[in-house]
Design a protein around this ligand. Structure first.
Ligand code: SF4
Ligand code: SF4
Ligand code: SF4
Length: 202
């Protein structure tokens, strides 16, 4: 069920997108990490009505990694949803969502399409050794402790080694990293927001 606030946002979005036309769509924008099930970016920008229903659904029951893109992300992206692991990790796979994926279920337009939870790959983590407490000689490895995916972060001595072929982009390590500024950021992986299943033809 879409809320009144979501409906108003959707109406505003529906007005703004055609008014904005080609000129705004052509303005530069960042690549952001999209919610689970987000379709290919160009089409996503066409059919996402910026209603915020996925963001509201994500916040229910104490989750809340999604937020609307703002001007710094680029005018064409304003109001569309993005993952911000500094708010909270995405719980789609190993946490409070319990495979229910309320963000996808709440999307009224198909900008988010159902994806099996074990196929989700939101992006990848990017490590900056020069900011990492462990790499600089301190004691840490918090990232390896919180990562829910076996083999995605393997400690080598005191240093974390990241295996991006296994990372699903949940952002848990980014959220927990105690370095200031953080030694980890979550980056998009291009158009593919899915993990290839063995034997999958997708
Ligand atoms: S992805 Fe779907 S639910 Fe989220 S803002 Fe866009 S249209 Fe609304
Ligand atoms: S490396 Fe970080 S982002 Fe990747 S799966 Fe592990 S905790 Fe999640
Ligand atoms: S949590 Fe951050 S500071 Fe600690 S080892 Fe991992 S990347 Fe380095």
């Amino acid at each position: 069920m879409i809320s009144r606030r979501s409906l108003l946002r959707a109406m505003l979005g529906a007005l703004l997108v055609p008014l904005a036309g080609v000129s705004i769509a052509a303005l530069p924008s960042r690549r952001v990490v999209r919610p689970p099930g987000a379709i290919e970016e160009e089409r996503f920008l066409e059919i996402c009505v910026r209603c915020g229903a996925c963001i509201e659904a994500c916040f229910r029951d104490g989750r809340g990694t999604l937020e609307p893109c703002g001007l710094p992300d680029g005018p064409p992206l304003i109001g569309t949803p993005k993952v911000n692991p500094l708010r909270a990790p995405c719980e789609a796979l190993y946490g409070k969502c319990e495979n229910k994926l309320p963000c996808i279920r709440s999307c009224p337009t198909g900008a988010l399409k159902w994806v099996e939870p074990d196929e989700i790959k939101l992006g990848s983590v990017k490590w900056s050794p020069r900011l990492c407490i462990a790499f600089l000689g301190g004691t840490c490895l918090v990232c390896a402790e919180v990562c829910p995916v076996p083999g995605a972060i393997t400690p080598e001595g005191r240093i974390p080694i990241f295996h991006l072929d296994r990372c699903v982009g949940c952002g848990r390590c980014v959220y927990a990293c105690p370095a200031d500024p953080k030694a980890l950021v979550l980056v998009p992986d291009g158009e593919v927001r899915y993990r290839w299943r063995r034997g999958s033809s997708r």
